[in-house]
Design a protein around this ligand. Sequence first.
Ligand code: JHZ
Length: 409
Amino acid sequence: MNETPCRICNEPLVPVIDFGRQPLGNGFLLPDQFEDEHFFPMRVGFSDKSMMLQLIDQPAPELMFHENYAFLSGTSKHMEQHFRELAQQLMGSKCLDNDDPFVVELGCNDGIMLKNFAQSNVRHLGIEPAKNVATIANGKGVRTLSEFFTESVAQRILESDGQADAIIAANVLCHIPDIRNVIAGIRALLKPTGVLVFEDPYLGDVISKTSYDQVYDEHVFLFSGHSVQYLFGLYDMELIDVQPQKTHGGSMRYHLAQTGAYLVQESVSKILENEKKLGLNRASSFCDFSRKVEQSRVDLVSLLQDLKSQGKRIAGYGATSKSTTILNYCNIGPDLIEFISDTTPIKQGKFTPGMHIPVKPYDTFVANPPDYAVLFAWNHAEEIMAKEHGFMEGGGRWIVHVPKVGVLE
Ligand code: JHZ
């Protein structure tokens, strides 16, 4: 047993996997910052009581989310569409069916979702701790406060705007270590008929696809129906619906409300039943996952070394936060991967966290295509394949690591 207690139930955590020393997932940096780079021991633990898979240690939030935060949601066309559809679904839902609905989004990033509410003149408020990203959202006409959402921020919003009909959080709650304080704030801010809709990478997909790259500093929790039900039950809230999503390599959209306020959909019992079969509610089930992760590392490193020994040039596609875990856990550096192409200007010209592989603009990939490209942005595969015919026609090949390491034919 490890001594760090569960952030939800305070019981000791059972360590299930150790990824070793890891840097910040989005800590892209310049050579003069190499020496002071921040590392932390990335171990994952599980509590049989709260059924929550979580990081045992996590760097301070201020180290991860600040005025130079590197990830912008709007870099994917598919994600734009995904959030437009979610906004439309919510605008037609029962909880917003009144004269002056009010919607709050936690971690609204660059306003990718709330801009849809802003364009429809729905009263809204975004909360985004990363200042540079909040400025972009405000620039799009999305009313955004730049701070971390807490119970006391919820009180301030209550005084200025009143209770919310819906609170949304997409790829946000799994980042927050002090989640209990945030849920207390959500509970206070929501109307009795209000609904919380949030989505995050789903533990069931991570386990079934061995997508261990979903574990990095920012993702302190990997949720399941079981852990979400336990956690919100502490605040007299219940799961009323769940909807699996394709985004981020397999996510789950959870709908929650005050206990008894809404009819609970059948989807909830179905997902819980399925999770029991997969063993997502027991620490002992993660031994097999841990073995598969280790095998994935061996397979990826030997594939890259083999190609390199044949004189092939290898690059990466998408300097994702997820790739930070892969590169550091597998100890893959510039000797194996020449550069990683990424469309996000703030990452370009910098080096990847920990392994210091150069990040280059997409033009470099087009002008000087490698023989092989590791698809680090594998969760955007559909969108990327649709626009990258030229790479394969020119003889280029994709290397994937999810669900199994291999070369796409
Ligand atoms: P992408 C981030 O994770 C961080 P990441 C965060 N912690 C989280 O939870 C999820 O997002 C939501 C580039 N790209 O979406 C853009 C191309 O270069 O997998 C991005 O840098 N060309 C908040 O970083 C990266 O790849 C393209 O055609 O793992 C994709 O990052 C496309 C589509 C993307 O999230």
